[in-house]
Design a protein around this ligand. Structure first.
Ligand SMILES: *Cc1c(COP(=O)(O)O)cnc(C)c1O
Length: 430
C-alpha cells in the first residue's frame, strides 16, 4: 500500500515511511491510495471469526508489504489482548466498551499497534526515533504505556497543565524509562501547535528523527476501524440499520469507522457527538468549517477546536458535502446536558457512563428522535474511573478503583514545566 499526502504536494510513500514520518514533507496527513473492500462472505460470516482473524483481514492491505503477514499476526495478537464488550440498553441503544486496555481508554489499541509497528521497523536501527505526542488526557497515557520499553524509541508527552484529570496526570507522568512528560502552561491546542512547529523546524529535524503518535499517524488511526467491526460482529445478526455515535475530538475514531464502512462493513450512519467544542456540528449546519479556540469541558479528551482528521473525512467523501452529510450527523452538548445524561443512564439503565460516553449517549438519543428504527451504538471511550470526581459527584455513589489505576496512584509525578516553543526545543536538543 502506498500513502499520499492530502496536500498533494509530496511523493507517495510506503506504510513504513508514513508511520515513521507521521506527516508528509508538505505537512499534509497521509491517506491510503486505495481501499479494497473485503468480501461479502467476510461480513456475512464475521460472527464466526475471532477478533484476531477480523483484524488480520482488515489491516493486511494497509501494512503490506512492509510488515510480513506473520509479523502482522503477532502484532495484532499482542495489541488486542483484552475484551471489547457490548452492553445492550434496549432495542435502540447499545454501548461498545473500549476501556478494557491497560490505560482504560480507547486509544490503547491504536497506540499499542503503532508502538509494535515502530518497534519492528526500528529493530535494526542505530539511532533513536523520538515520538512527540500532544495530549488532552488519554492519548499520552496510551502512547506512554504502549511504547514503554520499546527499543530505539523515546516518547515526549506534552499536556496542558491543570487541564487533565488527576488520574490521567498520574498515568502520564509516572512511568519513567524512555517516557518523559512536559507540563505546558497553556491549552491542548497550544500543545498540538508546539508539536506541529517542531515538525516544521528544520534545525530540529536535521538533528533528530521525530514522529507523532497522535491520530495523524496512520498506524495510530487505522486500527481503530476494528472497533466498528467488533461491534457489528456482535450486533449485526440482531439489528438492521446500525449507526454509531462517536464522542469526538480530533475525529480520528469516527473517521476510522468511516474507513470500516469503506471496507464494506454494512453500517448505516455516523454521529460525531461533540461537547461545546462544536466545529463539526456547526459545519454540518452551515457548510463552513471554522476552527475555534478550545473550550474547556468535563469531557476533556474532546476539547479540540481544530480537529486534525476533518480533512481525512472530506477525502473519504471526495470533498462532497452532500455525500458527507448523508453519512454523518453531529450534535453538540453542554456540560450540564452531559451530567444529566450520566444520571439518566445510571437511573434508567443501571450503567455508569463517563462524561465522554455520556455525550455519545446523547448523540444516540438526538439521532433516534428522527430515526426511530435505527440501533445506535455509542462508544464508551474511557472508563468512568478516569473521571472519578465528576462521576462520584453526579451519581453520588463511591467507585471502586481498578488495579491498573491503583498501581499509579502512589507513584510520584515527574515533569518539566514549559511555556513557549523555545522551551520545548531547548528541552529536545539537550
Ligand atoms: C481521544 C478521546 C476522544 C476523542 O477521540 P477522537 O478520535 O480524537 O475524536 C473521546 N473520548 C475519549 C475518552 C478520548 O480519550
Amino acid at each position: 500500500m502506498k500513502y499520499y499526502s492530502l496536500h498533494k504536494k509530496s511523493p507517495k510513500v510506503s506504510f513504513m515511511e508514513a508511520v515513521t514520518n507521521a506527516l508528509a514533507p508538505d505537512k499534509g496527513l497521509y491517506f491510503p491510495e486505495t481501499i479494497t473492500p473485503l468480501s461479502k462472505a467476510f461480513f456475512d460470516n464475521i460472527n464466526t471469526l475471532s477478533n484476531d482473524e477480523i483484524a488480520f483481514e482488515a489491516m493486511k492491505q494497509f501494512v503490506s508489504p512492509d510488515i510480513p503477514e506473520d509479523t502482522l499476526k503477532s502484532i495484532i495478537n499482542d495489541t488486542l489482548s483484552f475484551n471489547f464488550p457490548i452492553v445492550e440498553f434496549n432495542k435502540n441503544i447499545s454501548t461498545l466498551e473500549l476501556f478494557h486496555g491497560p490505560t482504560l481508554a480507547f486509544k490503547d489499541v491504536g497506540a499499542r499497534f503503532m508502538a509494535r509497528c515502530l518497534g519492528y521497523f526500528n529493530q535494526n536501527n542505530t539511532h533513536d526515533v523520538t515520538v512527540l505526542v500532544a495530549t488532552s488526557g488519554d492519548t499520552g497515557a496510551a502512547v506512554a504505556n504502549g511504547f514503554l520499553g520499546v527499543k530505539g524509541v523515546k516518547v515526549v508527552i506534552l499536556y496542558p497543565s491543570g487541564k487533565v484529570s488527576a488520574i490521567q496526570e498520574k498515568q502520564l507522568t509516572t512511568l519513567g524509562q524512555n517516557i518523559t512528560a512536559l507540563e505546558v502552561k497553556g491549552t491542548f491546542d497550544d500543545c498540538q501547535a508546539m508539536v506541529k512547529t517542531a515538525f516544521l523546524d528544520n534545525h530540529l529535524t536535521e538533528k533528530m528523527q521525530l514522529t507523532s503518535a497522535n491520530s495523524i499517524n496512520v498506524a495510530r488511526w487505522l486500527p481503530q476501524l476494528l472497533y466498528f467491526m467488533f461491534a457489528y460482529k456482535k450486533l449485526g445478526t440482531k439489528y438492521e440499520n446500525i449507526v454509531f455515535s462517536v464522542p469526538s475530538g480530533n475525529l480520528g475514531n469516527v473517521c476510522a469507522g468511516m474507513m470500516a464502512q469503506q471496507l464494506g462493513l454494512p453500517i448505516r450512519h455516523f454521529i460525531a457527538s461533540n461537547n461545546e467544542n462544536n466545529v463539526v456540528t456547526e459545519y454540518l449546519k452551515s457548510r463552513l468549517y471554522k476552527p475555534k479556540p478550545t473550550v474547556q469541558t468535563i469531557s476533556n479528551a474532546m476539547d479540540v477546536g481544530d480537529p486534525s482528521n476533518f480533512i481525512r473525512i472530506q477525502e473519504i467523501y471526495n470533498n462532497k458535502f452532500e455525500t458527507l452529510s448523508y453519512n454523518l450527523s453531529s450534535f453538540s452538548f453542554s456540560d450540564d446536558d452531559t451530567k444529566a445524561a450520566m444520571l439518566e443512564v445510571y437511573k434508567h439503565h443501571n450503567y455508569i457512563a463517563d462524561p465522554h460516553g455520556a455525550v455519545g449517549y446523547l448523540g444516540c438519543k438526538a439521532y433516534l428522535e428522527k430515526n426511530p428504527n435505527a440501533h445506535c451504538v455509542f462508544l464508551e471511550t474511557a472508563h468512568p474511573i478516569k473521571f472519578l470526581d465528576i462521576v462520584e459527584d453526579v451519581i453520588k455513589t463511591e467507585q471502586v478503583i481498578p488495579e491498573q489505576i491503583q498501581s499509579v496512584l502512589g507513584k510520584k509525578k515527574v515533569t518539566t514545566t514549559i511555556t513557549t516553543y523555545e522551551d520545548f526545543k531547548k528541552y529536545l536538543l539537550k
